[in-house]
Ligand binder design. Structure first.
Ligand code: COA
Length: 254
């Protein structure tokens, strides 16, 4: 699968989003490849840390909109939801390097990473409402916890992008660096983590997340049920068709 590159070296599995011509938009096959890579990394005792990265220009434009039209993920066992559940429950440390657009799941997957390094060109957005959809990845639970209610409402109801410095201020990212350095800084953080005692890393992450996993998984399921239903409704169909036709959507009456 050329769109997702998986490389393991010195205890670090790196997942590189590699569909740059489509701004790393996720297809169902890409979610499945990521979920499989997470399962393999979890099971392999030699893997200590996971890294997600794009390149210096783009992290991800979110779900592939042609896929939303042609193969909408309406069932709970769809690859996107399997990926999200596997990510949320992943026991080892995850570092992400994010540059350029991080749209939809490109932002929400970061809530399930432990350290996030952003290029100063990173632009985060969760435009679910603008697509006739609702939040996913437990973002309706985690964004208000992280940013406070009003900033969460702004991010999720208006869906406008916010830049790396704003993400740093609300605690979504750990540090902001020049885009060409983001992947290297993430790898350096991953190497630091990989040198630490594994049992302590696992226990510390488990304790940090304790009490959170069950509500996160329950919220993901609730969101997925609504999201799956809304994918077939007129507002979403109009939004997706408008994107494919490179025009503004018309939500009048919807
Ligand atoms: N699904 C499918 N194709 C996508 C895509 C997506 N989510 N995002 C970008 N692409 C495609 C474009 O259609 C275009 O394809 P083409 O070259 O065949 O015309 C190509 O990727 C480049 O995208 P473009 O929009 O020209 O790049 P840009 O730099 O001007 O803008 C974005 C980048 C990410 C801001 C913009 O592409 C965008 O808003 N994408 C949609 C994001 C979205 O709503 N995602 C769903 C979230 S749930």
């Amino acid at each position: 699968m050329q769109d997702i590159l998986i490389h393991t070296d010195a205890g670090i599995t790196t997942i590189t989003l590699n569909r740059v011509d489509k701004k790393n938009a996720f297809t169902q096959a890409m979610y499945a490849a990521c979920a499989d890579a997470l399962d393999a990394a979890r099971a392999d005792a030699a893997v200590r840390v996971l890294v997600f990265q794009g390149d210096a220009t783009v992290f991800s434009a979110g779900n592939d909109i042609a896929d939303f039209l042609g193969a909408p993920p309406t069932a709970q066992d769809a690859p996107v939801f399997r990926f999200l559940r596997t990510l949320a429950a992943f026991p080892k440390p995850i570092v992400a390097a994010v540059c350029g657009p991080a749209v939809g799941i490109g932002t929400t997957l970061l809530f399930h990473c432990d350290l996030v390094v952003a290029g100063d060109n990173a632009a985060f957005s969760m435009p679910f409402v603008n697509l006739g959809l609702c939040p996913e990845a437990a973002s309706s639970l985690l964004v208000p916890q992280m940013m406070g209610y009003h900033r969460a409402a702004e991010a999720l109801l208006l869906g406008e992008p916010f830049m790396a410095e704003a993400a740093l201020e609300v605690g979504l990212v750990n540090r902001v660096v020049p885009p060409t350095e983001a992947n290297a800084v993430a790898q350096a953080q991953a190497r630091k983590l990989a040198a630490k005692p594994m049992a302590s890393l696992l226990e510390t992450k488990r304790l940090l997340k304790q009490g959170q996993l069950a509500p996160v998984l329950a919220r993901m399921d609730e969101e997925a049920a609504s999201f799956g239903r809304m994918l077939g409704e007129p507002a979403a169909r109009e939004a997706f068709t408008a994107f494919m036709e490179k025009r503004r959507p018309n939500f009048q009456g919807l």
